[in-house]
Every structure is written in C-alpha cells, then in structure tokens.
Design a protein around this ligand. Structure first.
Ligand code: RIB
Length: 317
C-alpha cells in the first residue's frame, strides 16, 4: 500500500442499533413506555472507523464481519459514505450483530449487544498490515482475535490503540502490546482492579499511554510519567450513544497525523461533545470541518475553575 496520508486499520464490531427513547432506563423487572423506535448503523468498531474517517486526512480501513441478511446493507452504506475501505468476513448462517439501546431523557443509555457475526472474526481474517500506521480495536469481537491482531500489529511496527470496551480482564501480554489504551471511568476501575482515584488507577496500568474519558467533565491521560488534562465542552446533549467511539476514532486520526496528545485529546473531546447533540451512533459523528468550526466558536471549560475541578476530581492535586 503506497499512500501519502496515514492509514489506520480498525478491527472490530458492526451492529445495527435498535433505539428507543424513554423517560428513564428501566430497572430490572420494570416496563417503561418509550417513544418512537429508530434504527441506526452502530457497533463500537464501525462507529470508531467512521469517526476516524470523518476526522479527515487519514485513510481508514475496517476489518468487520456481517451476516448475509438485510441488516448488513445499512452498515455497509454508512461505512462507505464515510469513506471507510471495508474488509468484510461473511460467515454463513449467522446474523449481523445488533444492539438494543434505551436512551433516557438525560441522554444516557443502556445497551445490550447480540454479537452475531462479530463473534466470528478469527486470527486469519486480519488483512496484510503493510502500509498501516495504527491498529484501533475494541472488545466486541473475540478476545483471542483482539489478542492475535495486537501481537501481529506490534510485530509489524504499527501503533496499537485499544478501547477496552466493554471492559474485561485482559492478558498481560495483550496489554503489553498496546501503545495507547482508552477507557471510560468504569472501565478504568475494572482494568486497574481498584477503587482509588483516577490518577491512582491510571498509574496501575502498564500501557505507555492511558486515556480515560470522564463524560462531560472531559478526559485525562497518563502519557509516560506526565498527565494531560482536557476539560469538557458544554453542549445540549440528546444522545450520548457513540460519543466514546467518536472520541477514539478522532483521537487515533489525530495521533496518526503526528499531532501531540494534548491537541489530539482536544479535537477528540470536541468531536465527542458534538456527537452527543444528535441521535444515533454513526449518524452523529461530526466532520472535521464541524469540529474545527465548533472549536473556533466555543469556549471550552478550560477556565481555571473547570481545570482545577477536573484535576481535583482525577486526584491530580
Ligand atoms: O458504543 C456505542 C455502541 O455500542 C453502539 O453503537 C452499539 O452498537 C454498541 O456496540
């Protein structure tokens, strides 16, 4: 592969998202009457691939698995319209992955995933890695495949970025192959295996760079021995689904462009904030122009109070 722009490979899940809004997310045993029912292209892997491609200047490829059913087409259409080059495995007799999502009036969600074809991605499905600069993965495909892809990518000189979502315990030699680990706060605590402060948990993880997203507060990274803090951007959130994925895709696109981590986290945070202002996952991922315009118009919480609050929340003061 000979291309001028950096080339990122995303290996991961693709789902059709079945979404209903409701006043609140039902508790166990409870039935809640919701509003209109919608479907969107989703899946953490595909969402991140779309976010990476829309961030601009990065050629984005995706390894995914789809069923031979009607749900595959809208996912392929979404990836194609974002400019993602697809490497598709189509296992016979298996449904496309699906996710059942309830979004409440505070824009928060609860998600149940039926993995379907995503569970069929195998070691042998990994395309040739020549020409790729970064491999971006999540944990909605078999852990054994994530593990094998990470080791192969590391051996081929790629930078490996893992969004450890949904969280699970990971083998140490997988974590050792990860250059940049991205987690939310709950995932951070699961991975660190402790209930300490964000800073204490970040220090427990062996990856060279660990980024934790903290919702509207912003995000914090431990990069080697130093910490990077980015406060959040205020938006009118309607649906937070896919915001974390947008962050990951935009972050990797910026890193593939050799932008410093501080700038990568700033753009990723802005993209994630914008993603919360629309319904759906891939449907809400902003273009790079939208992010640039937003950053030009919007004041961040980067005032001294918000920054001090975030540092204190993270246990950095
Ligand atoms: O992170 C959001 C995504 O999680 C949804 O699009 C859903 O498909 C699940 O994978």
């Amino acid at each position: 592969m000979t291309q001028e722009s950096p080339v990122v490979l995303v290996a991961g899940s693709a789902n059709v998202d079945f979404v209903v809004r409701a006043p609140h997310i039902p508790a166990p045993g409870e039935t809640v009457l919701g509003g209109a029912f919608q479907t969107f292209a989703g899946g953490k892997g595909a969402n991140q691939a779309v976010a990476c491609a829309r961030a601009g200047g990065v050629a984005t490829h995706m390894l995914l698995a789809l069923g031979e059913d009607a749900f595959a087409a809208p996912i392929e259409a979404s990836l194609q319209s974002a400019g993602v080059t697809m490497h598709v495995r189509r296992p016979e007799g298996v449904a496309t992955g699906s996710a059942f999502i309830c979004v409440d009036d505070q824009a928060e969600n609860a998600i149940t995933v039926a993995p379907g074809a995503n569970a069929c991605l195998q070691d042998a499905d990994l395309p040739a890695l020549l020409g790729f600069s970064h491999l971006l993965m999540q944990l909605e495909i078999p852990l054994a495949s994530v593990h094998a892809y990470a080791l192969a990518a590391k051996a081929s000189g790629l930078r490996v970025v893992l969004n450890a979502a949904p969280a699970q315990a990971l083998p140490i030699d997988l974590l050792s192959a990860v250059d940049v680990l991205v987690v939310n706060e709950g995932e951070l605590r699961t991975m660190a295996g402790m209930e300490g402060s964000v800073a204490e948990c970040l220090a427990r993880l062996p990856c060279p760079t660990v980024v934790v997203t903290l919702g509207a507060r912003g995000c914090v990274a431990r990069d080697g021995g130093t910490y990077v803090v980015q406060t959040g951007f205020a938006v009118q959130a309607v649906d937070t689904t896919g915001a974390g994925d947008t962050f990951c895709g935009a972050l990797v696109a910026a890193l593939a462009h050799a932008q410093p981590l501080t700038e990568a986290m700033r753009r990723a945070s802005a993209a994630a904030a914008l993603a919360c202002t629309k319904m759906g996952a891939q449907s809400s991922v902003p273009t790079t122009q939208a992010v640039t315009d937003f950053l030009a118009q919007t004041s961040t919480h980067d005032d001294s109070h918000a920054l001090a609050d975030l540092r204190q929340y993270a246990g950095l003061t």
